[in-house]
Design a binder for this molecule. Structure first.
Ligand SMILES: *Cc1c(COP(=O)(O)O)cnc(C)c1O
Length: 397
């Protein structure tokens, strides 16, 4: 137990921390695997670990081992020099995706910002700059990425926004075709929309998107910030569709709890961003790359993709089977262990709150989509406990 005066912590937040987040009334002091603990020693089953960052669970031993090994050597090396971990991690990412090159950033927004810059640079030769994105998408909070985001709430008050973004309905091929102009250079899409309510792209839709892109020399950018690292049952979300994008962006669970993002660009475009065209001071430092290598160790050596493909359906079936839960829900959407449970009630935040009291952490997005994303190494028994807690909450409400 980590002794903390909760009232004092809250007061200090009020006094010194900019008030940009809605916080739940919980101070997390420890975490191990699928479990976290608060300052009173109460344990919570974490089925939304770190907003999808701690995808292999909290303090995964293989992540910790890599970090500890690196801690003894050096924390940061600037990109004017070589460091041993950065290319090793880039190689891992490429081996699991497509022949290409990696640029390391520190967050998802920054990876997407890089993808947008890449697309602009690519298009500059043919005077094209327009990027098509999806309604309900989420791409980050920098000026360019919030403009790319297909949700008005993140844009309010920040005008003028950068030009050159167009939004179309998700899973609508005709809408894509009619949005294309002689200025279009790229389309950016999440294979499964996360913040937008766990909306899965249709298989034939993604295939035609890829085909149209190829025909018209439009870049296909997959934002895999939330879907990466096995979340959906494949290493990357696009791999469900039999397509190969020009660019993928990664972050969230890539670092197993450490801040890292990555922009992955296909080999044929590797010279678009040359020396001096893009940079990030912290990008690809040996300590965060070490953590990400630990995530790959875990996924590869512990068969975690297979685990997702067993536990995903088990979790879905368990929800459906529970009479207490199924009364209050509509569709269950998602892929692998990225699940959105449609609630029949208007405001799901009450359920999230009650779950927390019951010792289960989940999230709600788009008001009534319960987002359930346990660590990809979650065990059957933990799912059983979560279902138990969730049905208790549903019964009460
Ligand atoms: C979270 C998220 C981002 C933004 O990532 P940050 O690390 O918060 O900048 C971008 N795209 C998707 C799909 C995300 O889920």
């Amino acid at each position: 137990m980590v002794k903390i005066d909760m009232e004092k912590i809250k007061k200090m937040y009020d006094d010194y921390v900019l008030n940009t987040y809605v916080r739940q009334d919980l101070c997390i002091t420890r975490g191990e695997g699928t479990w976290v603990e608060d300052e009173k020693g109460k344990k919570y089953l974490d089925f939304f670990p770190g907003w999808a960052v701690s995808g292999t669970g909290h303090r995964h031993p293989k992540v910790i081992a890599r970090i500890e090994e690196q801690l003894k050597k050096i924390l940061h090396v600037s990109n004017n020099f070589y460091n041993e971990n950065q290319p090793e991690l880039a190689k891992k990412i490429i081996e699991h995706s497509f022949p290409g090159k990696v640029f390391f950033s520190n967050s998802g927004a920054e990876a997407n910002e890089g993808a947008i810059k890449f697309a602009r640079k690519y298009g500059s030769a043919s005077s094209r700059y327009e990027i098509i994105t999806m309604e309900k998408s989420f791409h980050g909070r920098t000026l360019a990425t919030l403009t790319a985001t297909g949700q008005d709430k993140v844009k309010k008050g920040f005008a003028p926004l950068p030009e050159g973004f167009k939004h179309i309905p998700f899973n609508d091929k005709e809408a894509f075709l009619s949005a294309i102009s002689d200025k279009t250079v790229a389309v950016m899409i999440e294979p499964v929309q996360g913040e937008g309510g766990i909306n899965v792209a249709g298989e034939s839709y993604m295939r035609s998107l890829a085909e149209i892109c190829r025909e018209k020399d439009i870049l296909l950018i997959c934002d895999e910030v939330q879907t990466c690292m096995g979340r959906t049952g494949k290493m990357f979300g696009y791999q469900h569709f039999g397509i190969e994008p020009d660019v993928i962006t990664l972050a969230k669970s890539l670092g197993g709890g450490m801040p890292i993002g990555a922009l992955v660009i296909k080999d044929k475009h590797k010279d678009v961003l040359g020396p001096g065209s893009h940079a990030a001071t912290f990008g690809g430092s040996p300590i965060v790359c070490a953590a990400a290598l630990g995530v790959f160790d875990a996924i590869e050596e512990e068969g975690l993709l297979e685990n997702v493909n067993v536990m995903g359906p088990y979790l879905t079936e368990s929800i459906k089977k529970s009479k207490d839960i199924s009364k209050y829900i509509g569709k269950i959407k998602g892929k692998g262990l990225m699940l959105g449970v449609e609630l029949n009630i208007e405001d799901g935040s009450k359920i999230v709150e009650e779950c927390m009291k019951e010792g289960l952490l989940v999230n709600c997005t788009q008001k009534n989509i319960l987002r359930i994303m346990p660590p990809i190494n979650v065990k059957k028994e933990e799912i059983d406990i979560a279902i138990d807690k969730l049905s208790k909450v549903m019964e009460k409400i």
